[in-house]
Design a protein around this ligand. Structure first.
Ligand code: ADP
Length: 466
């Protein structure tokens, strides 16, 4: 079974701390023991020297101050040093063992026991060392010091060492508890935002795009992650809404002409209506409307494809305007609309077929939305970076609130009227996609009742080529 991230982090932190504490404790222990042993061995030498020099002072004019020697000897005995003092002839002056045999035995057993328990590896034991005592360069006697070697701890030193070890142990346990707590808090801090992100991600994958992550995080990376997740949810929501709207719009656009043609044909088949030329013509027009709508949708899906391939070649915008205007000649004559092409030859590097489509869509709109006797102007000009084509009409114009929306799919300013004029609201979306693919831009100026001007900016050679 996989453990939760929070637990994994907590155990990870605790394990690292545990190893660190363990290593520090071992090292501290080794260091303390080593230094303390060194100190004890040094202390043993110093104490022996002390005894020798103190005893040397107790000899005065061939006499030993036996009382003082006794006091000193007892003091040394309690410290773990059993001494025997002889005069220069070898006669015994004072002997700790002679003085108090049982106390000596007791002290020596205690030291041996203590040292063998705490330092069994030393394999230590009691040994005697003989030193010659002198005064002003003259031999006055000898002293035999019997002590535990290579070193030993007095009871106090032993207590001190034990206390040191206990405090080390307590510190380690406390550090471990603190590490456990800190590890838990730290793990929560790291894991919580990740856990929340996972929850949000699974909600998003389940289709709930409304979920939001709190973007205020303590770490910069977590804040970026939260922002990216929220942005992703927002984009997915938009895409989803767009997809749904697109389906509804397409269904709606197809439904109207199909139901008109369908009901006409039904009435004719049932013999209620005569199959007159006008009625069949109506059906034909509705079917035509469906065909052109599907053709437009197909073009739109082609040009909205991110990988739209452009066959770029030098194109004269002025010449293109002349060609496209000719297509609308008969229609303009019928509507009594005049065309004027102004400007000069302007060459841009673009896809001829796609640019042709742009011009057709803009001109067909201009013709559609301009009343009898209107005037349409096409101007070709250039700026430093762009070749510019303007299609201007003095038609019905576009209301300011509609202007930002006219390039959206299926957007029509006045649905019923547009339906009469035959548009589905895709023409300008196609225009914009093509211009965008060329790295260009499109701008509109319009006033209701006065007319509209569409300016298409196309980068000249070598600029913003995709
Ligand atoms: P449609 O096929 O309906 O013309 P478009 O995408 O080409 O769709 O245009 C979107 C809407 O913008 C049209 O329905 C129309 O209301 C408005 N429009 C476009 N061109 C003009 C124009 N030259 N004059 C007035 N309105 C226009």
């Amino acid at each position: 079974m996989r453990r939760k991230l929070r637990w994994q982090l907590t155990w990870g932190i605790v394990l690292v701390t545990l190893i660190t504490i363990f290593l520090i404790s071992i090292l501290a222990n080794i260091l303390i023991n080593h230094e303390f042993s060194k100190y004890a061995a040094e202390q043993r030498k110093i104490r022996s020297q002390d005894i020798i020099s103190s005893l040397s002072h107790q000899y005065d004019c061939g006499e030993w101050d036996v009382n003082y020697v006794h006091g000193m000897g007892m003091y040394a005995l309690y410290e773990g040093y059993v001494i025997k003092l002889y005069d220069k002839e070898g006669a015994l002056i004072w002997d700790a063992e002679n003085h108090d045999m049982s106390l000596c035995g007791q002290i020596m057993t205690d030291i041996s026991k203590r040292m063998q328990e705490s330092r069994p590896y030393l394999k230590g034991g009691f040994s005697s060392q003989e030193y010659v005592l002198t005064q002003k360069g003259e031999e006055i006697g000898t002293v035999v010091i019997h002590s535990y070697g290579p070193y030993f701890f007095s009871e106090n030193e032993f207590h001190f060492l034990t206390a040191l070890h206990i405090s080390l142990l307590v510190t380690s346990i406390l550090s471990l508890l603190v590490a456990l707590l800190a590890g838990w808090i730290l793990a929560r801090r790291i894991a919580d935002p990740i856990v929340k992100t996972v929850q949000v991600a699974s909600q998003i994958s389940a289709g709930n795009y409304k979920v939001q992550l709190d973007e205020k995080a303590k770490a910069e990376e977590l804040e970026t992650l939260a922002k990216a997740m929220n942005h992703m949810a927002f984009s997915l929501e938009q895409q989803d809404a767009l997809r749904k709207r697109l389906l509804t719009d397409v269904a709606h656009e197809l439904y109207t002409p199909l139901s008109v043609a369908g009901s006409h044909l039904e009435l004719i088949l049932e013999g209620i209506w005569e199959p007159t030329k006008e009625r069949l013509q109506d059906c034909y027009e509705e079917i035509n409307r469906i065909s052109s709508l599907i053709a437009e949708i197909e073009t739109l899906s082609q040009v909205e494809n991110d990988n739209l391939k452009l066959n770029r070649a030098p194109i004269d915008l002025f010449a293109l305007a002349e060609v496209v205007t000719r297509i609308f000649e008969s229609e303009s004559v019928k509507k009594g609309i005049s065309f004027a092409i102004e400007g000069d030859s302007v060459v841009v590097t673009a896809d001829n077929k796609r640019l042709y489509q742009v011009m057709v869509n803009l001109l067909s709109n201009a013709v559609k939305y301009t009343a009898k006797g209107g005037r349409i102007r096409i101007v070709a000009r250039e700026t430093a970076d762009y070749g510019v084509l303007t299609v201007a009409d003095n038609g019905i114009g576009i209301a300011p609130e509609d202007l930002p929306l006219i390039f959206e799919r299926f957007y029509r300013t006045d649905k019923s009227r547009s339906h009469e004029t035959g548009g589905a609201g895709i023409g300008l979306t196609i225009v914009k996609s093509i211009v965008d693919a060329h790295g260009g831009k499109i701008e509109v100026e319009s006033q209701v009742g006065q007319g509209s001007q569409f300016h298409v900016f196309l980068p000249k050679e070598g600029i913003a080529l995709s």
